[in-house]
Design a protein around this ligand. Structure first.
Ligand code: EPS
Length: 386
């Protein structure tokens, strides 16, 4: 399975094509919309989110509620487009019409590198596509792919575990409780005290014209053993998930299980002992590996964390250089969010859903759900009788 996306943040629409979705998957598009709405929520978002009410339109690959095996084509319209029709016009426009040319690159953004690389003297041609608005379609594609996973009992959840200096007090809980509690929290946290402190921190950052980042965690439960492979570097599923996570706008790092903490511990306190029971077969008595050994799933829950840097559009601007005059400047204020960490958690959950679905299809591949079901059943029998 693969997908491509297209579209600019202030253009008419965002578009995605998913190829390789098997046939006969019942797609609930309200569920895809639910994922889109989850992405739009969260304390700390800016005015743009009041303009957009993201809703997906399906323009290919689904008939009478089920996939046909043909490419699934998705569209999300940008409501803000009506305010940008001349600025973002596809056709050339007359001199004097509004272009809102950007000639002052914002530190931390793709602006300058992209301008140099693509030889664009209007940095809007870079920022329009590098914007995190693009993640709308990644969430839409994840929202389709996870419906395949759900048919086979695979569930995902996400939570914010750190925002700026505020760290959540962790509590073990079943995945359904985690989903319920985080869904009700404007910060996607399980800890009310941390939530209040985060709100205060966001308000303070906003008042200072500054922004805040954080750490988010995604858990995937119900994954069969053996997705991904040790035999080739680009088939290691943890590696592919890492790539997908770091490709999310503003993400700077990723870890699995105990992650970077492994550096401090001795091996005996890092690796997970293997146990066996008649009912459950092989398993691990702990999950410090975060669900992966040798680039393959162990059958334990996948646990991934990603770190998001503070958004680089600052009301309190950093020094930069005008690309026309080459003179330094410090003031370029753009509308933006103060903190998008809760939204980033939803994005990360959905990009991971995509990677797991893709690996699932590689392992149990088939053109229809029925064929996949048979392949999975046979494999499960093989694992059970091992
Ligand atoms: C973004 C800047 C802001 C965010 C946007 C990402 O948009 P605007 O410049 O139109 O105010 O709101 O996020 C989204 C539109 C979204 O859907 O998440 C940026 O520069 O990355």
């Amino acid at each position: 399975m693969r997908y491509l996306t297209a579209g600019e943040t202030h253009g008419p629409q965002l578009t995605a094509i998913i190829e390789g979705m098997p046939s006969n998957v019942e797609i609930d598009f309200e569920e895809v919309n639910h994922q889109l709405h989850r992405r739009q929520k969260g304390y700390g978002r800016g005015r743009r989110m009041q303009i957009e009410k993201d809703t997906v339109r399906v323009v290919g690959g689904v008939r009478h509620g089920k996939t046909t095996g043909a490419p699934v084509a998705l569209v999300v319209d940008n409501n803000d487009w009506k305010n940008w029709t001349s600025i973002m016009s596809i056709e050339s426009i007359e001199d004097g019409e509004a272009k809102r040319r950007v000639n002052r690159p914002r530190p931390g953004h793709a602006d300058l590198n992209g301008g140099l690389k693509y030889n664009q003297k209007d940095l809007r041609n870079i920022l329009e596509r590098s914007s995190a608005r693009e993640t709308t379609m990644r969430v839409a594609c994840g929202g389709v792919a996870r419906q395949l996973l759900e048919l086979f009992g695979i569930k995902l959840a996400c939570q914010v575990i750190r925002l700026g200096e505020v760290v959540v007090k962790r509590e073990e809980m079943p995945i359904d409780d985690l989903i319920r509690i985080t869904e009700e929290s404007p910060l996607r946290v399980t800890d009310k005290e941390a939530e209040a402190a985060m709100i205060t921190a966001i308000d303070a950052a906003k008042a200072d014209g500054d922004t805040l980042g954080g750490i988010v965690e995604v858990i995937v439960e119900g994954v069969p053993v053996g997705l991904g492979s040790h035999v080739q570097w680009d088939r290691k599923l943890d590696g592919r998930i890492a790539q997908a996570v770091v490709s999310i706008q503003a993400f700077k790092g990723v870890e699995f299980g105990i992650g970077f903490e492994a550096a401090e511990r001795r091996g005996s306190n890092v690796h997970d002992p293997i146990v066996y029971s008649e009912d459950g077969g092989f398993s691990r008595s702990s999950n410090r590996a975060g669900g992966f050994e040798g680039g393959m799933t162990t059958g334990e829950p996948i646990v991934v964390r990603g770190v998001m840097k503070p958004i680089s559009t600052l009301y309190k601007p950093l020094p930069s250089v005008d690309i026309d005059t080459k003179e330094p400047f410090t003031a370029q204020v753009e509308r933006s969010d103060t903190c998008a960490v809760p939204a980033a958690a939803v994005i990360m959950e959905n990009v991971i859903a995509w990677e797991v679905a893709q690996a699932f299809m590689e392992k149990f591949g088939g053109d229809s759900v029925e064929e996949i079901r048979n392949n999975l059943k046979q494999y499960q029998a093989q694992v059970e009788s091992y």
